[in-house]
Design a protein around this ligand. Structure first.
Ligand SMILES: NC(=O)c1ccc[n+]([C@@H]2O[C@H](COP(=O)([O-])OP(=O)(O)OC[C@H]3O[C@@H](n4cnc5c(N)ncnc54)[C@H](O)[C@@H]3O)[C@@H](O)[C@H]2O)c1
Length: 248
């Protein structure tokens, strides 16, 4: 499976983003890992280097378009044009719609949806020059099922499904593929905001494959979508959820 060799992974300090970076880290790979959690993302870069990759951590808030542009420009200066991007960073503050502050709505849209768009666009501008590239966005099962405590979150994730198709159509002629992964309930910090370990693992028992997802389960599909093996796929969103979405 031939993978891109100059890759950016956002939200890579922990969870799915770190697993993706480690899945891609091998001799010959150049990986830039971005996050707002500075110490932890430096640790991700070290772990990538332990696996033989060249890696560099960047403190980047994907809610800030200037920081995104600067980090992509720094990547290009150091390593040349990126040929892979994983838009993984995302937040899911829990709140009911009637109580939701407009500031919180705006913040979730800015980080999850606008951050995905601005990062994809900055990277695609360089990929276009090179005539090739692969981008993987990150949605959520909440895009399909909704979230009573996260109208903002599910709206951004639904937006990412539509954005993926639009960017895929727009950039196919430049040799840039844009796909999306749809993780189901996964074993990371994000669901632990509202669930303890017992509740989280009990929820796994109701999933057809009998467990919640591990970050590595998602990372494996992200790697496939980035790779040449998925060279005839673009605009597609692939659910990785143990069959959960089929459960009524
Ligand atoms: N864990 C799940 O059950 C689940 C399910 C569906 C989708 N997802 C999605 O998967 C992705 C990864 O989530 P995770 O489960 O690993 O959660 P996580 O909270 O462990 O990781 C998210 C990472 O994104 C980073 N981040 C947050 N805001 C950022 C910003 N403004 N700029 C840069 N980085 C930022 C965080 O610091 C963190 O390292 C997210 O997009 C999430 O919505 C997760």
């Amino acid at each position: 499976m031939a993978l891109p060799t100059k890759i950016i992974v956002t939200g890579a300090a922990q969870g799915i983003g770190r697993a993706v970076a480690l899945r891609l880290a091998a001799p010959g790979a150049h990986i830039a890992v971005w996050d707002v959690l500075k110490d932890a993302v430096v640790e991700t870069a070290k772990l990538c280097m332990d696996q033989g990759a060249v890696a560099r951590a960047y403190a980047v808030d994907v809610g800030d378009a200037d920081q995104i542009e600067k980090a992509v420009a720094a990547f290009e200066t150091e390593w040349g044009k990126p040929d892979g991007l994983v838009n993984n960073a995302g937040i899911f503050p829990r709140s009911r719609a009637l109580d939701m502050k407009l500031e919180e709505w705006d913040r979730v849209l800015r980080i999850n949806l606008t951050g995905t768009f601005v990062t994809a666009r900055a990277v695609a501008a360089r990929m276009k020059d090179a005539g090739k590239g692969a981008i993987v966005n990150t949605a959520s099962g909440r895009a399909l099922a909704g979230a009573a405590n996260g109208a903002h979150y599910s709206a951004t994730k639904g937006g990412i499904l539509a954005l993926t198709k639009s960017l895929a159509l727009d950039w196919a002629g430049y040799g840039i593929r844009v796909n999306c992964v749809i993780p189901g309930l996964s074993d990371t910090a994000q669901p632990r905001v509202e669930m303890g370990d017992n509740e989280l693992y009990a929820a796994g028992a109701k999933i057809p494959l009998g467990r919640i997802g591990q970050p590595q389960d998602i990372a494996a599909v992200v790697a496939f979508l980035l790779s040449d093996d998925a060279g005839y796929m673009t605009g597609q969103s692939v659910a990785v959820n143990g069959g959960a979405i089929m459960v009524p």
